[in-house]
Design a protein around this ligand. Structure first.
Ligand SMILES: NC(=O)c1ccc[n+]([C@@H]2O[C@H](COP(=O)([O-])OP(=O)(O)OC[C@H]3O[C@@H](n4cnc5c(N)ncnc54)[C@H](OP(=O)(O)O)[C@@H]3O)[C@@H](O)[C@H]2O)c1
Length: 282
């Protein structure tokens, strides 16, 4: 890993500049993950949420890659605990009738088994939990997983309320090192939240980056910048995020797009170009 290829978190965890997302790939997840790593991805995102992710297939890919000489430790791996509200009732990876702490421990044990690993780099809470006292109990359970070295650090996803995030950071012993959010207009692209994360050593990861922003990608500004650099609009948006301290996720299934996404470090946007795109995102 070259230094420009990752951001080092507050816990010393190296987070790649681009993470490969494994949602919605069903029984071709292993094939896609193997391909993605062979193409050059070294960060993988999954979740203990069988409705959208096939963690066991990610584990199969990791095992195949190990046989090809790519060690687990050379990859960045993150998974999530998905609260009951995000699960399909027919495939919950824990006993929903047990206390939240036990749900988290069961889910995580299952994740480790699926992923054929003894630890994950980041364990992410898929969404905030209501009511807040239960949220704090859940976080404490996740902290104990980190303390037992099952996870090197913790994160939270779908967390769009900055006041909530600030409160959480005040109330817990181990603060989130990662926030993973949908990058879209409805939240004003989390502008304030991202700035606060940057000031507080929290790495912001974006998803829905391409899907939610066709108007940005087809704008004259982004198309013009893309032409200047002989790149695609998607590459420009990913590079913009990258230069702005954001780690995008991409779940592309296309080899061409994998290569395009991975090659965003080969060009650099000027301060004026960055400013023009920032203006678009408001
Ligand atoms: N925390 C959460 O709640 C949450 C929710 C959703 C997703 N996620 C994570 O985020 C990952 C990414 O999901 P996503 O929602 O951002 O969508 P995605 O699965 O990455 O899909 C994005 C779309 O962008 C296209 N694409 C990718 N690179 C491109 C390029 N260079 N040029 C043109 N098109 C390109 C893809 O098409 P092709 O396949 O044809 O390239 C696809 O249609 C998921 O796999 C999952 O791990 C997390």
């Amino acid at each position: 890993m070259e230094e420009t290829q990752y951001i080092t978190s507050i816990n010393g965890v190296k987070i790649p500049y681009l993470i490969y997302g494994t949602a919605w790939k069903k029984n071709y997840t292993a094939f896609m993950v193997e391909k993605a790593v062979q193409e050059g991805f070294f960060g993988i995102d999954t979740a203990a949420q069988p409705k959208h992710y096939n963690e066991a297939e990610v584990g199969i890919a990791l095992n195949n890659l190990k046989e090809q000489g790519i060690k687990r430790e050379s990859l960045y791996l993150q998974t999530k605990f998905t609260p009951l509200s995000g699960q399909d009732p027919s495939s919950i990876p824990y006993d929903k009738n047990l206390p939240i702490e036990v749900q988290i421990f069961q889910s995580f044990e299952n994740s480790k088994k699926n992923l054929q690993t003894s630890y994950v780099d980041t364990l992410i809470l898929h969404s905030p939990i209501d009511p807040y006292p239960v949220m704090l109990r859940a976080w404490k359970a996740m902290e104990s997983i980190q303390e037992a070295k099952g996870a090197l650090q913790l994160g939270i996803s779908n967390c769009y309320d900055l006041d909530f995030l600030k409160q959480l950071c005040k109330d817990v012993s181990i603060k989130p090192a990662v926030v993973q959010n949908r990058f879209y207009q409805e939240t004003n692209y989390d502008k304030e939240l991202r700035a606060w994360c940057a000031q507080n050593d929290i790495i912001y990861q974006s998803f829905w980056t391409i899907t939610a922003n066709p108007h940005i990608l087809s704008s004259d500004t982004v198309e013009g910048i893309a032409q200047t650099h002989s790149r695609t609009p998607a590459q420009v948006l990913f590079r913009y995020l990258n230069q702005s301290g954001v780690t995008p996720l991409t779940g592309t299934t296309s080899k061409t797009h994998m290569r395009q996404d991975l090659s965003i470090l080969d060009f650099e946007l000027s301060p004026l170009e960055l400013e023009k795109i920032t203006t678009l995102l408001s």
